[in-house]
Design a protein around this ligand. Structure first.
Ligand code: GLC
Length: 448
């Protein structure tokens, strides 16, 4: 059996190149900076991987690419994809109630099966599955009704398309047949123009760019074309370096703050993007909320993924996680949306964020503190401390402040047992002005 981890085997060299390039070519918004406003404040998005792979409950597209199943057997799943209980309004309500502000649906994964009635190919759930109808439009409408921004995932590579032959991908790569590859690129343009004109998404989440260079995908032309449909369109970073508006770290929570101004961590709830009934390795709601808070602390978004079943029902575990997110995001609304990245690590043993004017420091505790919470190196005076979503006022005291030294004292906050949230407790610390931190070396007598 040929097992090839594609990210290792095909794109390691290219990946390194991309990494190097992306460090010298930061991802930035080339159009109006205002278009990123909603994205910056959204904080939570929901990713939906829905496709025929949910029928057997196997890896989306990769399962045939890696020869875990033959291509023909993979495609037999078409006959089991019914969408018979698809309730896009229910999906949109659940997404909204989780506190998410945008959602991204896989309109077409690497397997090439379109979830809408594409005229560019016959390979769609409309023409080839018992579902027999457009699945993209109804969700986009339902999201719009709920005030949720509409995102479409689209794989630029297509392992089913006759002009993108997956069997020759290793050696042929259309290097010697640009005419044929151009036919494929035209097909991508056609599908994307269909999606833009039918559904006018707020965001495109591209994927699969690693098999070709941006010039081969015609990324610049594609982006320009899509912007003619919506000048405020946001594009993720997977059309090649320099074309995206934001960065997309995947699965691993960043340890240090990503360098790009806008970023989003995409993450599965268990270990699978699509529905896999055999994958019970769900992170708990509390664990996922901690990941979410890590993103907030570093000024990014979380795009949390679930995979619906072939009939369109949402797995119970996913529904439960979204409901638990809703409980926490509703209670802590003021400490989520419109916050910005918090203060550097080292001042508090906890993630933090700041209000837009930087006068409120939010502190996120996923543990019960021992006696009191300590804040080091905070020059500001604390005006008031309260427990977000609970209101209890807490006492703060400063200890060890020498009147003749500029080194701030230790600030301690006492937290009674009865104010803790079952997942993450949030404290709001109102300062006497924008946060002002002591970042020097800490000598008692400082030379001028
Ligand atoms: C990777 C995977 C793909 C998945 C995507 C989501 O690119 O190849 O299957 O859809 O991540 O971020």
């Amino acid at each position: 059996m040929k097992i090839c981890n594609p990210l290792k085997r095909y794109s390691l060299a290219f990946g390194i190149l991309v990494l190097l390039l992306s460090q010298s070519t930061p991802v930035f918004s080339q159009e109006s900076p205002e278009k990123m406003e909603w994205f910056k404040d959204a904080k939570l998005g929901i990713f939906i991987h829905w496709g025929i792979y949910s029928v057997n409950g196997i890896d989306e597209s990769w399962s045939f690419f890696n020869d875990y199943i033959s291509y023909d057997d993979y495609m037999k799943q078409l006959s089991g994809f019914t969408a018979s209980k698809y309730d896009p309004e229910k999906w949109a309500r659940l997404i909204k109630s989780s506190g998410a502000k945008y959602a991204v649906l896989t309109a077409k994964h690497h397997d090439g099966v379109a979830l809408w009635d594409t005229k560019a190919s016959d390979l769609s759930v409309v023409k080839k599955t018992p579902a027999g109808k457009d699945l993209v439009g109804p969700l986009m409408n339902a999201l719009e009704k709920e005030g949720i921004k509409k995102g479409i995932y689209y794989s630029v590579l297509d392992w089913s398309h006759p002009d993108y032959d997956r069997n020759t991908r290793e050696t042929f790569r259309y290097k010697n047949d640009p005419v044929r590859f151009q036919k494929f690129v035209d097909f991508n343009f056609k599908q994307l123009e269909e999606l833009s004109s039918k559904y006018n998404p707020d965001l495109y989440w591209f994927d699969g760019d690693w098999e070709h260079k941006p010039e081969e995908w015609k990324s610049a032309e594609l982006k320009a074309k899509l912007l003619t449909y919506n000048k405020n369109l946001i594009i993720n970073s997977r059309l090649g370096p320099g074309y995206g508006d934001y960065d997309t770290p995947e699965q691993g929570v960043p340890v240090t703050r990503p360098s790009s101004e806008f970023w989003e961590l995409c993450m599965t709830m268990n270990n699978s993007w699509g529905y896999q009934g055999n994958d019970h390795a769900y992170k708990t709601p509390s664990e996922l909320l901690r990941i979410f808070v890590d993103c907030l602390h570093m000024g990014g978004n979380l795009l949390l993924d679930f995979g619906p079943k072939p009939d369109g029902t949402i797995p119970e575990e996913a529904e439960n996680i979204l409901t638990e997110f809703g409980r926490w995001t509703t209670k802590h609304e003021s400490a989520i949306y419109e916050t910005q990245a918090g203060i550097p690590d080292g001042h508090i043993f906890a993630p933090t964020t700041l209000s837009p004017d930087k006068t409120i420091l939010y502190i996120y505790l996923d543990y019960k503190v021992n006696e009191s919470l300590a804040i080091k190196g905070l020059k500001n005076k604390i005006q008031r401390v309260w427990v977000v979503g609970n209101g209890t006022k807490l006492q703060a005291r400063e200890v060890g402040k020498m009147y003749w030294s500029s080194v701030p004292g230790m600030k301690y906050i006492d937290i009674p047992d009865n104010v803790y949230d079952k997942d993450i407790t949030v404290l709001a610390v109102l300062l006497d002005g924008p946060v002002d931190l002591y970042r020097e070396k800490g000598q008692v007598i400082e030379s001028n």
